[in-house]
Design a protein around this ligand. Sequence first.
Ligand code: ADP
Length: 734
Amino acid sequence: MNELVTTAQLDGCSREPIHIPGSIQPHGALLVLSEDGLTCLQASANCAEFLGGEFADIVGRTLSDAAPAAAAAIMQALAAAGAVLPSPITLAIGQKRFDVSLHRTAAGVIAEFEAAGPDNAYFHRHLQHALADLKSAPDPKTLYQRALSFVSQLTGFERVMMYRFDVDWHGQVVAEHLSAPVESYDGLHFPATDIPTQARELYSKSWLRLIPSSSYKPVRVEPAANPCTGKPLDMSFVSLRSVSPIHLEYLRNMDVAASMSISLIVEGRLWGLIACHHRTPRVLPFAIRAVCEIFGQVVSFEIGARQEAELLSQFVQAKEIQSQFFDVIAGEQNVLDALVKYTPQLLAFMGAGGAAIHVNQETTLLGETPSAEQVAALVMWLQTQELNPTLATDALSQQYPPASAFHAVGSGLLAVKLSPVEPHYLLWFRPEVIRTVTWAGQPDKPADPNERLNPRKSFAAWQQKVMGQARPWGEAERKGARELRLAINALVLRRTQTLLSENMELERRNTDLNSFAYIAAHDLREPLRGLQNHLVFMREDHSPELSTEALRKLSTMESLVVLSKELIDTLNHYSHIGRIEIAAHDVNVGTLVDDVLLSLAGTIREKGVEVRRPKLLPTLACDTVLTREVFANLITNAVKYNDHEEKWIEIGCVEAPGDPVTFYVRDNGIGIREKHFADIFQMFRRLHAHEAYSGGTGAGLTIAKNIVERHGGRIWVESAFGQGTTFYFQLQPK
Ligand code: ADP
């Protein structure tokens, strides 16, 4: 478009110092004046020709020497102005009138002289109409068309285009107004190299550039070095500045003689240009350019305002879907289950074709997604990327080449990392949208390395099919994803806090119970021992004097004391177990059961119980001492509570994929009625008299339950009264 180079010459061209060309275009004259006294420090070589014979050899003389009235007017303007000089002033020199722009710079005051144009009051009225037209445009395309038609009327350029930059700085003509039979560029794309970086920088500093003729002869500014700075004159803000010869050749190749571009700057970024072409030279007076400049600013503002409104309405829409979604997940126990359950909202929320939830090494796929293996590999790759916390791309395969295998469903990816530490991700996929892009000339045609710095010559439309690209993710969607992440984290945190406080409460109760049991056990043991001693003394010293009745009571008291001591010991043991930290490591449960059976061998033999071991028990992470206690309690019970002739017990396990190992201890004993299934796990709860079945204190199952649950597992019973009982337990969470 402007300042063009080919890809191969980009490097050379982007280094070209276009702000210090040392010369100007010939449709004006330039003077650099000292601020005090207006001595001429530098002048363009066409001064005498352009301003009048008095200006011959002006360098070194004062302006008042050549044109006293003009000098006085400039002095006055400088004295009245602050940092910013009002531009331009209109001056008469001899018979001619000039528009003079003044800039204060380190090199001196730069004065640019151009032939005066008409009074700009007429244009301002015209401008007012145009602005009302812009405001009422129903859509962007109409806005562009109206803006272009105004610029066309105002300037008379034959081809007026709205040129819009993409994020990668390539550009597209998004609207066009032709007022002569010239070639149309509407819809064409131009490579980023057509407007090199430093040209774009100048475009975002000044609002307008005019080249009245692409075949002009540059006019040198003399002397080349500025006496104040000792350097060539910086012409960044000089509108007469001579432009790059490469750019002029580019224009000639396009059959363009006059060219003008108005910058469109939205939120501080160069959004695009209103670019104007004419096949014959065309000078525009300052007044018209000034109106164009203002117009450019208004169009920029209007585009910005519309973009903002569009974004706002997207946010409102996204927020609506979000709040429904959040209501739903807030009511669910498990946030991730909720995410899966509400797939339609999850997909609609992001305008995605598919989604994947990757949590705890497990991936759930929803809608149209790559395969589970492809998603797993993608997640591995994501772990090597800075997510921060989202990653959004509309061309995933450009960053992650394996994605080309699933273009159809996953050309676009929006990934959110849910946890700062764990690799939990939420992924949204967008399908491929194949587009045809028409370039003004083949953009990446291999260049001849020997070719001199040359602009491209062909602007013949060249079509490219763009594959592997999805509809880009909008700002509202990215923001939505970040907010969703925050909401999920907040929910998880809330749940964790609830659990934590419940745990703390339980822990407090448990500590109370343990310390009560401990204190009770200690404090009661002493008086009981005293009581027992007294009973012994009484029997030894007073037996002969006591009646049979009194002796019987004495025996009852003695056995009550023994029982109390047993209960206290049990309580003490229970509280001790409650205080032991679980020390889990790999334990061969088979060997552990061997030990238990060995310690019970006497009783087992005595009661004539057959022991069945149908299956080898596995090795498992658990606490050896405590697990041994569980087996000991269950096996003792199984041996004890049996009055059948042929007694047997069976110790085994059930292993099912995805489930923790379930151990069991089975007997063909007396059985338990179903109504007691829950009671038997309570402390000191016995279903029989203490003496029956050489019973215990009723704490064995309570202790077993405590141990199993502290491992994260559970214990339960199945039984048929009179036929037998099976106790099951797992030592790991499900
Ligand atoms: P205890 O020390 O009395 O055996 P437990 O807590 O071990 O205490 O058991 C509680 C009660 O559950 C026992 O008193 C008994 O009535 C019943 N029970 C436990 N195991 C069995 C079993 N295998 N068969 C029948 N009843 C049982």
